[in-house]
Ligand binder design. Structure first.
Ligand code: S3P
Length: 430
């Protein structure tokens, strides 16, 4: 089990053009390529554990994957292969939930499995609506926990489903099921969650209409979709660790290059701006997604309340907690109960680790209140969660920090430590 030791850093002014490619989009590139009958070409695919697992599942389902370095070409099979082995999603909820929607109506028997953290995460949010339209899905606790077994059925009914949660994973699973259903479907969610699936599938020619009130109408595919030809932008959630670094190390500035500027992904940068940091967005292009740079410059931070648009910054809340702890005054996060069912219970892991750093925190069922103060160097337990490990590594730039159990960083951001070493002194331990 590896450890990371981070020493306090001096002011820095850097540009980063090697932020990890977007995880959500990379998963979707691999899975959606199965909806075409021609090869999809994907540049800048994220080569991290989570997305490589997804690619290898796509291969087990019969696709041919040619990795030519710069471009990965995924040639779909004529029909989905029934694999002899289980399909290992590793740490990824996105993979497991999207494959549930995709496989529900493919002929064959499929078993989705993952690591001990994924095996504890709720799957009924996808299994239940899928079963209500005819899917045959089972698992531990009545289909809630992995391993998840799917007996692909020939017919799925179209649906009119109002999701109780704003979740892009649930939405994407249902859209994938709807594309292969017998009749058109409608999907609604309480707030818009990240919309990569809608954008990419529409780009591939799927008949998906998003009304002004957010209702999504999905007409089943009449035949194979067009293949993807896409360059995956850098991941704004991964880049955000370095945005926080610039915001908390006095006199610093970072230029984060080539990020997705999708509005459903950059809300945390807007919160950092509200806290007092200087944040500039520079749009460069807009194909499947708006893409550009974000420049963050340090300025004294003050406390903030975050209780709206939670789905748009859910993955950045742990890193934002570090900025909150370094700010003047109190910050509050509310309406964020979903944090409890991420790669770890992120309310617990943020609260527990901030307390180790002598920061005053109050825990709520759906968030926390943080009183800004001075970080004390501490030993951090990542809880096996990549975003907790990276967030507290960033805090180490202020006070020094020792983070335990950091192998998880490989799930989303394999070059994180090298990039951190451009700013401060970092030691890897065992
Ligand atoms: C993701 C959706 C979000 C997010 C996760 C990736 C996706 O999860 O937290 O990291 O790629 O669809 P939920 O849909 O469960 O909110």
């Amino acid at each position: 089990m590896s450890r990371l030791i981070v020493k306090p850093a001096k002011r820095f002014d850097i540009a980063i053009d090697t932020i990890a490619p977007d995880k959500s989009i990379s998963h979707r590139c691999a899975i959606f390529s199965l909806l075409s009958d021609k090869p999809s070409r994907v540049r800048n695919f994220l080569r991290a554990e989570d997305t490589l697992n997804t690619l290898s599942i796509v291969e087990k389902l019969g696709a041919k994957v040619d990795d030519e370095g710069e471009v990965i070409t995924v040639t779909p099979p004529a029909s989905i292969n029934e694999p002899a082995a289980i399909l290992d999603c590793g740490n990824s909820g996105t993979a497991m939930r999207l494959f549930m929607g995709f496989l529900a109506s493919r002929p064959g028997f499929f078993v989705l499995f993952g690591d001990k953290y994924l095996a504890a995460r709720p799957m009924r949010r996808v299994a239940d609506p899928l079963r209500s339209i005819g899917a045959k899905i089972d698992g531990r606790e009545e289909g809630n926990l992995a391993p998840i077994a799917i007996r692909g059925v020939e017919h799925l009914d179209g649906f009119d489903y109002v999701s109780p949660i704003a979740s892009a994973q649930v939405k994407s699973a249902m859209i994938l099921a709807a594309l292969n259903a017998d009749t058109p479907s409608k999907y609604r969610e309480p707030h818009l969650s990240r919309d990569h699936s809608e954008r990419m599938l529409k780009g591939m020619g799927a008949d998906i209409d998003v009304a002004k009130d957010g209702t999504i109408t999905i007409t089943p595919m009449q035949g194979p979709l067009q293949p993807l030809d896409i360059t995956v932008p850098a991941d704004p959630s991964s880049a955000f660790f370095f945005a926080v670094a610039a915001a908390i190390v006095p006199g610093s500035r970072v230029v984060l290059k080539g990020l997705s500027l999708n509005p459903t992904r950059i809300e945390a940068y807007r919160v950092l701006e509200r806290m007092g940091a200087n944040v500039e967005f520079v749009l460069h292009e807009d194909k499947y997604e708006p893409i550009g740079d974000i420049v963050v410059t340090h300025a004294p931070l003050h406390g903030v309340t975050v209780e709206e648009n939670i789905a748009w910054l859910i993955d950045e809340l742990p890193a934002l907690a570090i900025a909150m702890a370094a700010a003047e005054g109190e910050s509050r996060v509310k309406n964020a109960k979903e944090l409890r069912v991420k790669e770890s219970d992120r309310i617990r892991s943020v609260v527990d680790n901030l307390r180790r750093c002598a920061i005053e925190v109050e825990e709520f069922e759906d968030g926390y209140a943080i009183t800004g103060g001075r970080f004390k160097k501490a030993v951090i337990d990542s809880h096996g969660d990549h975003r907790i490990a990276m967030s507290f590594a960033i805090a180490g730039l202020v006070s020094g920090m020792e983070i335990e159990d950091t192998d998880c960083i490989r799930t989303s951001f394999p070059n994180f430590t090298q990039l951190l070493a451009r700013i401060g002194e970092v030691e890897n331990g065992d």
